[in-house]
Design a protein around this ligand. Structure first.
Ligand code: DX5
Ligand code: ZN
Length: 225
């Protein structure tokens, strides 16, 4: 059984008021703040980088769960670590040849290493990264194509979550994309415990309610594992 972690995606926040938006989400019960870092190359969108993480860090002690949708994640480890990132999740598609070096560097900078996979990437591709001493501590299963908030959840990704949960009972398994009141059940019952949600939380009239509802679903499901 693993802990439920709800991580609002700050991509759906008002970036011009990132500090107060973060504060608001923590007040609503968020465990982590999910920070989507995009380079305009790995994905067709460009967002934030280390300078923004550094600025936000001055306003909060929260866990900053950084999701690197970038072609060269290795180039970002040093600066993000220094900026105060807590988690560093890179994409397996970008790091097939150097993930060991990458994981080692992420750990040496005091961050929690995670690996993410796009919808078209088979789950088997992350298995080697979960073995041995130099392993990742979180797997982020994308439930939409990375790049933008507000897309439709892909239920056909749940077999990846189920397989990971069966193999790794105490692993942090994160899902990202299209999560909200109508999809949380599918993700929670498959075994996901870290839930990223952007539009469903920021678009709600009562974000605290959506966060607690998602937490409840994960807790109920985890009791059965
Ligand atoms: C998409 C990002 C997500 C996104 C999720 O590439 O990784 O974190 O913000 O947004 P929603 O919850 O709106 O699908
Ligand atoms: Zn994300």
């Amino acid at each position: 059984m693993v802990k439920a972690i709800i991580a609002p995606s700050m991509l759906s926040s008002d970036f011009a008021n990132l500090a107060s938006e973060s504060e608001r989400m923590l007040h609503c019960g968020a465990d982590w703040l999910h920070m989507d870092i995009m380079d305009g190359h790995f994905v067709p969108n460009l967002t934030i980088g280390a300078p923004v993480i550094e600025s936000l860090r001055k306003h909060t002690n929260a866990y900053l769960d950084c999701h690197l949708m970038v072609t060269n994640p290795l180039d970002y480890v040093e600066t993000l670590g220094a900026a105060g990132a807590s988690g560093f999740t890179f994409h397996v598609e970008t790091s097939r040849d150097n993930w060991q070096e990458l994981v080692q560097m992420i750990k040496s900078k005091g961050m929690k290493p995670g690996v993410s996979l796009k919808p078209g990437t088979p789950v088997e591709e992350v298995y080697p990264l979960l073995e041995g001493e130099n392993s990742v501590e979180l797997v982020l299963v994308m439930t939409v194509e990375p790049g933008f908030g507000g897309q439709k959840f892909m239920p056909e990704m749940m077999h990846k979550v189920r397989e990971l949960r069966k193999k790794y009972p105490s692993l942090d398994i994160e899902v990202d994309g299209g999560l909200g009141a109508s999809t949380i059940e599918l993700a929670a019952s498959a075994g996901a415990n870290c839930i990223v949600a952007g539009s469903s939380v920021f678009g709600a009239s009562d974000p605290a309610h959506v966060i607690s509802l998602m937490r409840h679903s994960v807790e109920i499901a985890q009791n059965g594992f």
